[in-house]
Write a protein that binds this ligand. Structure first.
Ligand code: ASP
Ligand code: MG
Length: 402
């Protein structure tokens, strides 16, 4: 069997954790399996690198940020390989350059295009455990790129897909996927299984356990994922195409407090405005979520939308630069918002799910600013201060708890 195991920052945060993780990899190896280990930077090291950079330059060039970021994963990969060697198992660490993990050029949000597997295969044939730096890639200019925060999950899934691995295990500091973040919703329950589609929505909407691209890729290539704890041996959650256990109406509730709402006020009420506006943002690689357009009045209309907080400055500057072209009156920003979502494949065949969520929020006296829905999710925009309370109320309303 070929097994890809990915360990997040907490799982490799110090010497003890590194040796614990290494010994679990050794167990797998001694059963005769081929083992690839993907690691994140130790603990909160990536955040520390961000602070270091900010201290020098509040708007560091994205290329240089990527140069800086790559050292975090390189450090943990080398240390992990040393730990494995210390446990008498041959191991080698490889970075994105040595493997050749080809990505698009967008610094800070690159997408994996192709992975050369030759070097890895050769090392595995020599019965080495291969330790790979997560999160990083190389673009066509031979510059380092990164896949976006939390991107090591995607590195692991991409390797599993490219090498046709038998299993891809994502080890983290929680022991699986929960119906809601247990730190915010104490009654949250661990799921045995969840579909790719549901997981993709939850990951995108703030569940934080898996990088959303990793789920997208797992679905595309049919890589069965297991999310489990690196602290204990409990079973974890399987992410796959179809779940076999009886499907619940809702699988999870997610809260995202990183979004910012931007309102573009007083746009001309003529065809093509939405296109021009969102095209400007798309060209800057800025992802837009919940969109609302007002009904036209006196020949003008407003368009509001949310973007991730990290894209806020970029979004405002491209809209300001495009003011003449768009011809709006003013921009307004609202940072104290939260996006609350319920996700569940069971919604497709059960009407009334959205109404039940709205009723619950009404009973809790929580005002809804914007709504967006898909086949398997309902998202509302609310005040940030109501976020956790709303999340608990909705979790209860759908009987998700223990
Ligand atoms: N170290 C990177 C981050 O903190 C990548 C990862 O952990 O997946 O975002
Ligand atoms: Mg992560």
């Amino acid at each position: 069997m070929l097994i890809v195991k990915k360990f997040g920052g907490t799982s490799v945060a110090n010497k003890e954790r590194i040796f614990y993780v290494a010994s679990r990899c050794v167990e797998e190896y001694l059963k005769g399996n081929d083992v690839i280990v993907v690691v994140s930077a130790m603990g909160k090291y990536t955040d520390e690198l961000v602070s270091l950079a900010q201290d020098i330059n509040e708007k560091p060039p994205k290329r240089e940020m990527d140069m800086l970021f790559t050292i975090g994963e390189q450090m943990s990969a080398a240390l992990m390989a040393m730990a494995l060697n210390k446990l008498n198992v041959p191991a080698v660490s490889l970075n994105a350059f040595q493997i050749a993990m080809h990505t698009t050029s967008a610094h800070g949000s690159a997408r994996l295009k192709r992975i050369d597997t030759e070097r890895i295969r050769r090392e595995l044939e020599n019965r080495k455990i291969v330790v790979v730096t997560g999160f990083q890639g190389v673009n066509k200019y031979d510059d380092y790129t990164t896949l976006g925060r939390g991107g090591s999950d995607t590195t692991a899934v991409a390797l599993a897909a490219a090498l046709h691995a038998d299993a891809c295990e994502i080890y983290t500091d929680v022991d699986g996927i929960y119906t809601a973040d247990p730190r915010k919703v104490p009654s949250a329950r661990k799921l045995k299984e969840i579909t790719y589609d549901e997981m993709l929505d939850l990951a995108t909407l703030g569940a934080g356990v898996l990088h959303n691209r990793s789920v997208e890729m797992a679905k595309k290539y049919g890589v069965p994922l297991v999310v489990r704890s690196s602290m204990n041996n409990s079973e974890g959650t399987v992410v796959k195409e179809e779940v076999s256990v009886e499907r619940m109406l809702i699988s999870g509730v997610a809260l995202d407090t990183d979004s910012v709402r931007i309102a573009v006020i007083g746009l001309k009420d003529v065809p093509g405005m939405a296109f021009k506006l969102f095209d400007l943002l798309a060209k800057k690689n800025i992802n837009v979520d919940v969109i609302l357009q007002s009904i036209g009045r006196h020949g003008t209309k407003d368009i509001s939308f949310t973007v991730n907080g990290t894209d806020f400055d970029d979004a405002v500057s491209v809209l300001e630069a495009g003011k003449a072209r768009l011809g709006y009156e003013e921009l307004r920003a609202e940072k104290n918002i939260a996006k609350l979502s319920i996700v569940g494949a069971g919604m497709m065949s059960n009407p009334g799910v959205a109404a039940r969520m709205f009723e619950c929020l009404y009973n809790s006296g929580i005002n809804i600013n914007m709504i967006s829905t898909s086949e398997i999710r309902v998202t509302v925009l609310i005040n940030e201060k109501d976020g956790v309370r709303a999340m608990n109320a909705v979790h209860d309303a759908f009987d998700l708890g223990d």
